[in-house]
Design a protein around this ligand. Structure first.
Ligand SMILES: Nc1ncnc2c1ncn2[C@@H]1O[C@H](COP(=O)(O)OP(=O)(O)OP(=O)(O)O)[C@@H](O)[C@H]1O
Length: 245
């Protein structure tokens, strides 16, 4: 089943298209990595999928309601010096309409604790968010997105500025969550993604989609690939992006 079907989508902020004639089907249970150079249009595509922006040309058809999509944004805009606990951060994603003006219900709290448990952070529920490592903090933000029981989880650069160990933990968590939900992740960590994603969409104004099974078979586990090498392994020789070494 296709969860999202994007047809002939183009989008511009000013004069030039940042996305041009995009076609993409996101299948249920996929773990899709969206990669590409800075300014290539990755975040814009995510926002279009999430209805935060409207397509100007083309269509996006979703076969699930909007509240089935969970979102972990790139910049959480949370001041980590603010004395708020992990549990409180998760609860911020979980204000039930009924109790909006009267704090959180017991159900909200127990649901938030379940989300923290899902990401392996239950024992840190009462820790101040500023005292957690980058990877732990990101797992708390993922827990916040899990509060609404999403069937699809979209994450924008979830491992930016996290150390290697923390990145691995976040990706391993996403693989676990992928047993229950579809994962769409925007990332620059190409070689890391190869170990976790099932498919990849490379965006640089245009989009090229690849399933990763064939590629993985041709690459050693320890081989480090930059973007150009990966795209070459995927069978796409010219990509117009720079080699970062
Ligand atoms: N609100 C906006 N107004 C005008 N231009 C914008 C706006 N948001 C993004 N852009 C431009 O659109 C292009 C695509 O931006 P987008 O953030 O989607 O790229 P990206 O691939 O996510 O980049 P990065 O990897 O740096 O996060 C960029 O040239 C960016 O400067």
């Amino acid at each position: 089943m296709n969860i999202v079907e994007i047809k002939n989508l183009s989008y511009k902020y000013d004069k030039a298209n940042v996305l041009e004639n995009i076609n993409l089907e996101i299948k249920k249970d996929d773990f899709l990595a969206i990669i590409g150079p800075n300014g290539g249009g990755k975040s814009t595509l995510l926002k279009l999928i999430l209805n935060l922006k409207k397509p100007q040309i083309g269509t996006i058809t979703k076969n699930l309601k909007d509240d089935c999509f969970g979102y972990v944004p790139q910049n959480t805009n949370l001041n980590i010096d603010f004395p708020i606990t992990a549990l409180e951060v998760v609860l911020m994603g979980h204000i039930s309409a009924k109790n909006k003006f009267f704090g959180y219900s017991k159900e909200d709290i127990s649901c938030a604790m379940n989300s923290l448990e899902q990401v392996g952070m239950k024992k840190y529920a009462n820790s101040k968010i500023g005292n957690l490592s980058g990877g732990q903090r990101q797992r708390v933000f993922i827990a916040r997105a899990l509060c609404s029981n999403p069937q699809v989880l979209l994450l924008d650069e979830p491992t930016a500025s996290i150390d290697v160990k923390g990145q691995k933990e976040v990706y391993e968590l996403l693989v676990k969550l992928n047993e229950q939900m579809t994962i769409v992740v925007v990332s620059h960590d190409i070689s890391v993604l190869l170990n976790y994603a099932k498919s990849v969409a490379h965006i640089n104004k245009n989009l090229v989609y690849h399933k990763l099974d064939n590629v993985k078979n041709n690459i050693n586990d320890n081989e480090h690939l930059c973007e150009v090498e990966l795209l070459s392994a995927l069978g796409k020789s010219s990509c117009g992006c720079s080699h970062h070494g």
